[in-house]
Design a protein around this ligand. Structure first.
Ligand code: SF4
Length: 321
């Protein structure tokens, strides 16, 4: 498969000044050395608890936050460090669907204006072609022509997310990053939006990065899953391998927390102790060691690296070394 995106050692550290007179800044280590590839037509999921850095990773790829280190190669060009003018043509190819379909839409713009805006900014689909393009977009995301003159508050949550998807499709993207694209929706609507995303991916041969805290959502969407903990990738595997044979203790805990449809099923829960540590002062060695039930002597000293254990199954844990 053709490699579309190659993220190499991506790092995002946010400076925080303690007090007005502080001379030195401390840093939130939001993303620390994240590396992965995305192939054409592939859907990958990035999962983990709140604060693990998954959304920051997505935003840094799109340069919605500035990476402080590493490279993001899109079709061979390094996006990190590009000027806004250099990024502008590439933004058409890299789009995002935001988590909250209401706050991501301008309440003063009609549906037509919302979809026309990116086309006007990038000088694409003008005049009669624009009207045709918008009518086509509405049809493929399941909205009606009469919706064009309505404002965001006149739509349901599911319809608003369909608008967000139509807006992401406006400029013929190749990669779409979905930041928790269904987590703000009712469960019955979630399935509709997941099916819509899958239909569009097949129709336009899109590649997705789906960011989610919910492993049961990415299970239905993704070819490969990346598990993040406290700014680091701890496991990468195909969805089948990850669900059938999770290796990292953190992944095992996440999977054990998914409710079973059969309440009588004998499912062992792995309850993690303690809170996720502060990314301002991450633990030494393995960042998961303060909560890990399998912790060994070396775990708080030596940082485990991602190694392949099984075909295309990577895990960062001393248990497998
Ligand atoms: Fe647990 Fe050690 Fe593996 Fe970290 S490296 S997940 S602390 S066993």
């Amino acid at each position: 498969m053709e490699e579309l995106l190659n993220v190499q050692n991506l790092e995002v550290h946010f400076p925080i000044k303690k007090g007005i007179l502080a001379r030195t800044a401390s840093y939130v280590h939001a993303v620390d050395g994240v590396s992965f590839t995305l192939h054409k037509g592939e859907i990958i999921g990035i999962v983990g608890e709140s604060g693990c850095g998954k959304t920051t990773t997505g935003f840094a790829i799109l340069r919605l936050v500035e990476p402080t280190g590493g490279r993001v190669l899109f079709q061979g060009q390094n996006l990190a460090g590009m000027t806004d003018a250099q990024m502008k043509p590439l933004r058409q190819k890299l789009q995002i669907i935001f988590q909250d379909p209401y706050s991501s839409l301008n309440p003063r713009m009609t549906l037509y204006q919302t979809l026309a805006e990116p086309m006007n900014i990038h000088g694409r689909y003008q005049g009669a072609e624009q009207k045709e393009r918008i009518a086509h977009l509405l049809e493929i995301v399941g909205l009606k022509p009469e919706h064009q003159t309505r404002y965001p508050h006149q739509f349901s949550g599911g319809q608003r997310q369909r608008i967000g998807i139509a807006r992401a499709l406006c400029l013929d993207p190749e990669v779409i990053i979905g930041d928790e694209p269904v987590s703000a929706l009712d469960v019955s609507i979630q399935a509709q939006i997941i099916n819509l995303l899958l239909d569009l991916q097949a129709q336009f041969h899109l590649s997705y990065i789906i960011i989610s805290h919910d492993l049961s959502i990415v299970e239905h969407l993704c070819d490969r899953i990346l598990v993040m903990y406290l700014g680091k990738l701890v496991e990468i595997a195909s969805y089948h391998d990850l669900y059938s044979n999770p290796k990292h203790p953190y992944t095992q805990a996440l999977l054990s927390a998914i409710p079973s449809p059969n309440p009588r099923a004998d499912k062992k829960r792995m309850i993690l102790k303690g809170e996720i540590p502060s990314p301002m002062n991450p633990p030494t060695g393995c960042r998961f060691h303060p909560r890990c039930p399998h912790r060994m002597d070396s775990c708080d000293q030596v940082e485990p690296r991602l190694h392949e254990h099984g075909q295309q199954h990577f895990v960062a844990c001393h248990l497998y070394e």
